[in-house]
Design a protein around this ligand. Structure first.
Ligand code: MSP
Length: 523
């Protein structure tokens, strides 16, 4: 039975270039949370998509000598392939060029205009073309764009504005009443100090200097400008003000919008204000994750230092890459990506700890019992610590996952895996095996190990779905013994037959691989 609905989203990505490891990070994290919630029995809607309008795309298409639609179709098909490769389990994919989205935006824009929340005026200010953002003088940092640091230029044009200033008090009240609306809490402080306290200004929501956007149907010459178009994807994709879908009441309000830190302002201030204007409930949470950096700063196409997730997934496997991204970096903070950290993490956690535990355990069941673990099994005090830790794991993990701390969840699982490896050394099954009278004890030791592997892999499966499925087969667990409900200790029954298989996470030669990888990434 469903535990209720759970609606989770990623930002919709700009299809201006190929996506890099930073975008993959956000999508993998959202995917792991969505899979976790599905495993728990929630009726999950996981939405991602592409944000396809704007001047930047228009220019890129012109440079390539094709129409903007041809340009975005090309890039979007690469994005879809990337998500397929990364095993992303999104339930829906919205493109802002989809007809139903266009229909929603035109209706939303008109509604806000008719009720006075959008009005026509003249825009004078600073504009950052790459970010497609207007800024006030006071928001600039050293005269440059506060997001990307690039130069902004003076702009003046007739435009429609969203009356954001009218919502300042209600946004402040929201932050006050619901301190966990935006997490981590450092981001909430940033919003209050940098945006609410200086005062909210009305937001420019249409442009006349380019045409690649959704037309304002009652005022030709204007196209809807970025944030009304982009943010509304979260409701258009459920069928709000369009005829394509009919899930709005089932999933709205969203449980969480997962977004990168630089767009938390749009999600935690502008989006709630728009929803207030539309008379709609607000999302329950916005989580602003950190950035993946490279030594020396941000990844960017112009710096020529983007890391291609396809190269890494092909070399090490999709699951190893997914695991690394979630295990290496605390979700709310920035982290520095390096090939060395990636390979070292795969070797230590996956090849040595998890992989070894699976292969040693199944090999011993095979060797000492011909693959089928017998009963009776004789327990001992030496089992208590491992069994205790393993028995607690699901609730520790749940607490971490429910507070958007996937790294902590993984650390806890790996602690139990390390404890199990130590347990092998402590109980020395190879010595027990020499004594016919210790068979029942040996069976208990191997049972405890198989149980630990089973429940750890259930909990790892949102992060590494395919590898955990392989582990399930190797340890002879049935699908019904591989569920959230069965992720406690002591579920495996009387008869357990393992099926030794290939090594799931091969060890990588760090030095050789670093050299090979450097040349693969250049190519
Ligand atoms: N189109 C807007 C979002 C609109 S949502 C209504 C956008 N697109 S984006 O393609 O530029 O970025 C999408 C997401 O990728 C953002 O959340 C951004 O933070 C994230 N990342 C881009 N580079 C990143 C890193 N290097 N590291 C982590 N996340 C990064 O913004």
């Amino acid at each position: 039975m469903s535990k209720g609905s759970f609606y989770i989203t990623t930002p919709i990505y700009y299809p201006s270039d190929k996506l890099h490891i930073g975008h993959t990070y956000c999508t993998v994290a959202t995917d792991a949370i969505a899979r976790y919630k599905r495993m728990q029995g929630f009726d999950v809607m996981f939405l991602t998509g592409t944000d396809e309008h704007g001047e930047k795309i228009e220019k890129k298409a012109a440079e390539a000598g094709i129409t903007p639609k041809e340009y975005v179709d090309r890039v979007v098909s690469g994005i879809l392939e990337l998500w397929k490769l990364m095993n992303i389990s999104n339930d829906r994919f919205v493109r802002t060029t989809d007809e139903y989205h266009v229909q929603s935006i035109q209706r939303i824009f008109k509604k806000l205009y008719e009720q006075g929340d959008i009005y026509k005026s003249v825009y004078k200010g600073k504009y950052c073309t790459p970010c497609e953002s207007f800024w006030t003088e006071s928001q600039l940092v050293n005269g440059n764009c506060p997001d990307c640091g690039r130069e902004c230029y003076d702009a003046e044009e007739e435009a429609y504005f969203f009356r954001l200033s009218a919502y300042a008090e209600r946004i402040a009240a929201l932050f006050e009443a619901q301190p966990d609306f935006l997490e981590p809490s450092s981001r909430m402080n940033e919003m209050i100090n940098n945006f609410l306290k200086p005062g909210l200004e009305d937001l420019c929501v249409s442009r006349t200097t380019f045409t690649w956007g959704i037309p304002v149907d009652f005022d030709p010459g204007h196209v809807v400008y970025v944030w009304v178009d982009a943010l509304s994807n979260y409701i258009s994709a459920l069928g709000y003000e369009n005829d394509r879908y009919d899930d709005f009441h089932r999933y709205w309000p969203a449980d969480v919008h997962i977004v990168g830190k630089e767009i938390t302002r749009f999600h935690s201030i502008i989006w709630p204000a728009m929803l207030m204007a539309l008379g709609l409930p607000l999302p329950k949470k916005v989580f602003g994750h950190g950035w993946l950096l490279l030594e020396g700063g941000k990844m960017s196409k112009s710096k020529g230092n983007v890391v291609d997730p396809v190269v890494l997934a092909e070399r090490y496997g999709v699951d190893a890459l997914r695991y690394f991204l979630m295990r290496e970096f605390p979700f709310g903070s920035d982290g520095t990506f390096s090939n060395e950290a990636l390979i070292s993490r795969i070797n230590s956690d996956l090849a040595n700890d998890l992989g070894n535990l699976v292969s040693r355990t199944t090999a011993m069941v095979d060797k000492y019992f011909g693959g089928t673990l017998p009963s009776p099994r004789e327990t001992d005090d030496a089992d208590l610590e491992l069994v205790g830790m393993a028995g607690q794991l699901r609730s520790v993990y749940e607490q971490a996952m429910d507070t958007y701390a996937p790294q902590t969840a993984l650390v806890e699982v790996l602690k139990v895996i390390s404890r199990a490896n130590k347990y092998i050394d402590e109980t020395a099954p190879w010595i027990l095996a020499r004594d016919e009278g210790k068979k029942a004890r040996l069976a208990a030791v191997l049972y405890n190990l198989l149980e630990t592997v089973r429940l750890c892999s259930v909990l790892l499966s949102p992060f590494m779905p395919d590898s955990c499925e392989k582990i399930r087969t190797q340890i002879g667990a049935l699908p019904e013994q591989f569920t959230w409900e069965t992720a406690g200790f002591g579920v495996f029954g009387e008869q357990i037959t393992v099926k030794k298989g290939d090594i799931i996470f091969p060890r990588i030669d760090l030095k050789k691989e670093l050299e090979a990888l450097a040349s693969a990434q250049e190519g």
